[in-house]
Write a protein that binds this ligand. Sequence first.
Ligand SMILES: Nc1ncnc2c1ncn2[C@@H]1O[C@H](COP(=O)(O)OP(=O)(O)O)[C@@H](O)[C@H]1O
Ligand SMILES: Cc1ncc(COP(=O)(O)OP(=O)(O)O)c(N)n1
Length: 279
Amino acid sequence: MTSVTLTIAGSDSGGGAGIQADLKTFQELDTFGTSVLTAVTAQNTEGVHAVQPIQTDIVIAQLEAVLDDFTIGAAKTGMLFSSEIIEAVAETIRRYPAFPLVIDPVMIAKGGSSLLQQSAIDALKTHLIPLATLLTPNLPEAEVLTGVSIKTLADMEFAAQHLLKMGCKAVVMKGGHREEASFAEDLFMSAEGDSFLMKSKRIETKDTHGTGCTFAAAITAELSKGQTIADAVITAKHFIQAAIEDGLNLGNGHGPTNHAALRNRGSAERKDVELNGKR
Ligand SMILES: Nc1ncnc2c1ncn2[C@@H]1O[C@H](COP(=O)(O)OP(=O)(O)O)[C@@H](O)[C@H]1O
Ligand SMILES: Cc1ncc(COP(=O)(O)OP(=O)(O)O)c(N)n1
């Protein structure tokens, strides 16, 4: 049977990140995507022009409409904007039968615009992270959540352990922002003690808009199909690597990735990610 995925996130009018990236990824990975909109952004490859959060009762009405009707295989959260939305989403999710939940703690868009109010960071830590099957921070987000300055792989490990103590089952810390490194290295660590590094060639491109959303959505799709957390993360790393490598060269700024890349190549193309430490 087709598995149903859910994204709780903001809209990116430019189509590279947010709800749009999530739904394209869900579709590419053969799942049926549903969505709960938390905010509308007027955004393109050059930046965010405006942000309008959705009223919290409308966010929750969307969430209840989806959860009342579908059996969710896995869900993800992206831009949540405020502590009010975070608390209401967490409270609603807790009222329904559990499903794997990926929390992408979206804070700031590539151009520097804020997608999460400063006052919402505590709500994220207290209400949502403890519900997470997997937390997927980029390096600046991990620094904000932990207060740890992250420059090296050892720093990444230290911060990941800190994040696990907040109650999530696993963390994948994304290394996309370590621009000085010649590899894009993401660290996976679980509360059960699994730990490995996923290493791929860093692609020289400005077209990396929505990489985090796309990566987390691919993980969600794979979890919904019954993959383990570790295997879902590895498949998603292949998905995002291909999506960045086969970029579409759209727009004048940081262009979107190519969500159809892995399908177009044929999914046998899985040689470009090295795993260190995976048992
Ligand atoms: N230039 C790049 N080349 C290869 N992989 C990249 C590149 N930039 C980001 N990635 C990968 O994309 C995924 C998302 O990471 P990142 O860009 O750090 O997230 P975010 O969009 O949340 O800031 C990670 O798997 C990361 O390693
Ligand atoms: C509506 C919306 N949600 C999330 C983001 C951030 O997406 P991300 O994948 O982190 O990509 P960049 O913004 O870093 O390109 C967004 N921009 N808009």
